[in-house]
Design a protein around this ligand. Structure first.
Ligand code: GLN
Length: 229
């Protein structure tokens, strides 16, 4: 007979591993010093303090959640206290309302519009202050991103841009329409680890690689550029 510790607290952040930017999130979590793992099937949800739903393609991710039979498992884990962070496509999956489409998980009361900046070619990078997250400007990478057009009263806005909201949260769900995992900055991963109860405090933006240029799409693009110097 195997014994189970009664006081076992969830201590791992999982990254939903169905499609999209899984590896980059895992690397950032490791740099922040948080135990992390890939999540693909029902058993993988055990012991998770948090789950990241990465960017990718929300229609594809939504179908795969059903095909892999883990949509209800994910919702049940959230009910038991698992926090969730959705980046870009992940934010779309978590939204209560998606303009012109059926919503998927409906775990945060926001309205999003997919592909709201245009096509892949209209992707862009920039930076902004997100005071709740870091005292330093945070680099932002938008890839065929959605816009958050509206939030309901139980949702806190973390970053408001011109005519849209780029980051928001409620007590259990964080959404960003940009991709912190594709920059050198660790501050949002640190922020999520605090939300999951795995770290004590956020602070100044921590950078995985100080040479990382904010105009780089991915660290791989940055490395390729340096190799070609
Ligand atoms: N355009 C994608 C969608 O609507 C999201 C893109 C991304 O995650 N970078 O699902």
């Amino acid at each position: 007979m195997s014994l189970r510790l009664v006081n076992d607290q969830p201590s791992v952040i999982g990254v939903l591993d169905l499609q999209g930017g899984v590896h980059e999130h895992l690397e950032h979590l490791e740099r922040v010093g948080v135990a992390c793992k890939r999540v693909k099937q029902a058993e993988d949800f055990e012991g998770l303090a948090g789950l990241i739903i990465p960017g990718g393609e929300s229609s594809c991710l939504s179908r795969l959640l059903t095909i892999f039979g883990i949509k209800d498992v994910l919702l049940a884990a959230h009910c038991r206290g698992m926090k969730i962070w959705g980046t870009c496509a992940g934010a779309i999956l978590l939204a209560q309302n998606v303009v012109g489409e059926d919503a998927c998980l409906k775990l945060i009361d926001i309205t999003v519009e997919r592909n709201s900046f245009g096509s892949q070619l209209d992707s862009f990078a920039g930076e902004a202050l997100i005071p709740d997250v870091s005292a330093d400007p945070v680099p932002l990478t938008f890839i065929r991103a959605p816009k958050i057009l509206a939030v309901q009263s139980d949702v806190r806005v973390l970053l408001r841009m011109d005519d849209y909201i780029a980051a928001a949260e409620n007590d259990s769900v964080l959404v960003t329409v940009f991709h912190p995992e594709l920059t050198g900055c660790l501050s949002l991963h640190q922020y999520f680890a605090v939300k999951c109860g795995l770290k004590n405090a956020t602070g100044r933006a921590r950078h995985a690689d100080p040479d990382w240029d904010i105009s780089s799409w991915t660290k791989y693009a940055a490395l390729a550029c340096r190799a070609g110097d």
